[in-house]
Design a protein around this ligand. Structure first.
Ligand SMILES: [Zn+2]
Length: 178
């Protein structure tokens, strides 16, 4: 496995709609290796999700893994592969939450996202699955699926004044919220 180079914004791939993964890809050793490498890259940079365009592959593929916390062990999402994902809102309710992105290093911003959604996708063997996601998991799904359409979280921010560097977030913002 290898750690892949992560594209940063202004790279054209991050602004281009990704192509659907074709059926024959699932049997391709290189496609399976790409998934393993994306998993390792996500772990290396302590991300909770990574989309293929972020590692210079214009495919509708993303990986997600969210660790549980002491306060919210139920928030844990085991390693999940999303191929050709489709998101359907389960309610129109949206919630503001903090997001960052490995392709926009060192920054965070408040982004309104759907609170509940249905995800339909294929797994790494091409098998279809469907699940419901809410709260932070739903946020990560929306963030990663946006990458497949050439969108990034700052495009979704309603108030750019919340944009902050991570260091200043730790120093000032987190304090105020506690
Ligand atoms: Zn991102």
């Amino acid at each position: 496995m290898s750690i892949l180079k992560v594209a940063r914004i202004a790279h054209p791939l991050l602004r281009s709609p990704a192509k659907p993964v074709p059926k024959e890809a699932f049997r391709d050793r290189l496609f399976q290796k790409l998934i393993d490498d994306m998993r390792e890259t996500m772990h290396e940079y302590e991300g909770v999700g990574l989309a293929a365009p972020q590692v210079h592959e214009g495919l509708r593929l993303a990986v997600i893994q969210v660790p549980g916390t002491d306060e919210h062990p139920e928030a844990e999402v085991p390693f999940l592969v999303l191929v050709n994902p489709v998101v359907t809102p389960l309610s129109e309710e949206r919630e503001n939450g903090w997001e960052g992105c490995l392709s926009i290093p060192d920054l965070r911003g408040l982004v309104p996202r759907l609170k509940r959604l249905k995800l339909d996708a294929l797994d790494r063997d091409g098998k279809p699955y469907s699940l419901e996601a809410s709260d932070f998991f739903a946020r990560v799904v929306q963030h990663e699926c946006d990458h497949l359409d050439g969108d990034v979280y700052v495009d979704r921010m309603k108030d750019m004044r919340s944009l902050t560097f991570i260091k200043e977030f730790e120093d000032h913002v987190k304090h105020d919220e506690e």
